[in-house]
Design a protein around this ligand. Sequence first.
Ligand code: ADP
Length: 541
Amino acid sequence: TRFANSIYYAEIMRALKRVFRLESFRQNQLEAILAAMDGRDVFVLMPTGGGKSLCYQLPAVCTGGSTKGVTVVISPLLSLMTNQVSALREKNVDVLVWNSETVDHKDIMRRLRGDTKPSLLYVSPEKVKDSGALRSIFGELYRTGELARFVVDEAHCISTWGMIFVKPLRHEYAKVPIMALTATANQIMVDDIKERLKLKNTAFFKQSFNRVNLNYLILDKKAKVLDDIFNFIRTKHYGETGIIYCLGREKCEKVAEQLRKKGLKAKHFHAHMASAEKEQVLMEWQSDRIQIVVATIAFGMGIDKPNVRFVIHHDLPKSLDGYYQETGRAGRDQQPADCVLFYSYRDYKIIVKMINNPRNGEEMSTPEARKRQEEQVRNVMAYCCNVSDCRRVQLLQFFNEKFDRRLCRKFCDNCSHSVDMNQQDLTEESKAIISLAHNIYSSGEKITLDHCRAIFKGADTAAVRERNHNSLPQYGHGKHLDNDLLEQLFKRLCFLEALDEESTLSKGGWYVYYLKVRPSSMAVGFPESHPNLYLKPGRRA
Ligand code: ADP
């Protein structure tokens, strides 16, 4: 390659094979490593699973270039630190850790002052900030030229949590190069991180956030979503490893239990479990003793299991950012993996409600924050409802990345369906549904969304007959549409804020959802003004 004449090349390749037991570099890894060994500040922006750690771990075990001495890795995530350190020790790399769980820091100091120093020292940000002992060790290493590099992992945390204490690194240790790495940063965040760390003449590496091996599928969430999930796992991923994300902890527990009843090895994971219990689940999952973790988003930060074959969203994610991160935990071994999201309009409303009515003990966000959060869920819903654009194009757009649809290689639902043949214009049907809903709603009669759909479909049920709904002019108007498509259409009309559901507490103490018509359905030009009323039939798992 064009790098072969770098004076460090031979040593780098040797370390790659002997220490890390890898064959070749992935995109940008070698470039970042060479820049680091040249003593430059480096910024690596790489998607989760892209291989960021190698960019600083490999130079740390080399002796050439600017890597003499100890590489200090500042990592805000305890679990990530633990994983990485044990993986390095397996490779016989000399590595020390100093974080909140460290009991004997005297021993670490002895090692750092001794003749054979470790290649890497992992530290938590709090320790860098608060520990005078650590600071004075840094000072000693710096004076003897044995501070090889500062690495700031998950560097986006600097921006979001305002980790101001990293700023003085450059002031106190002016000659030590810094490497910042993250998987989440837009241009504003990148600039902010660079400014806070005072990076200069930075070698910047950014690669596409496209995850080529992930297959994105968005499916309608039915009442029997659990059957759909089970069938999907049974037919496509039996015995394989996966994660199912749910919105709340009770849901996690229930879903895990139901999957166990169906014979799958599943356990739940959420923030309200005791830490020993969480560790147990994590350990069983990492070692393939259980296959499926049903979790809230508390599960995942810093998880590095290569063979996750599917990530299922049982409920609507709260943001596309989160969705990207969560699905990103699949297929880290670069082998194909499925990401399935079950969406429903009801979930959307639940999340919006949660944003505006925080649970007991939770703080209410500012109006601006609430507005932003609402917009984020809306983006998720719009993503789900967009059944024509490539999922990758849609998703990467949020990272300001233009993606060429052809590169998807039909590896998302929208690209794998041949669009023209399957799309149907449902504008006329939508008009009929809205006038049907108006008829009933304005008469004061209460019906459910499902019942309204049954009338439109022309169902001959007792409920329809008893209430004389078979004499309505729109009865049976949608006979020609299959049930899936009709369901989708009703959902779409809800999302477009033409129809809605309002909940009433029943005598039995549970909520019943009744159809409601929203003023926007009466707006001039609706539904013609919505090109989104083109749907595809038969979108099932
Ligand atoms: P990130 O921190 O970017 O999320 P990691 O550094 O944890 O990603 O790497 C993700 C996975 O990819 C790990 O299992 C790692 O061993 C593997 N990996 C990294 N670089 C290479 C490479 N050059 N060849 C093969 N596998 C690699």
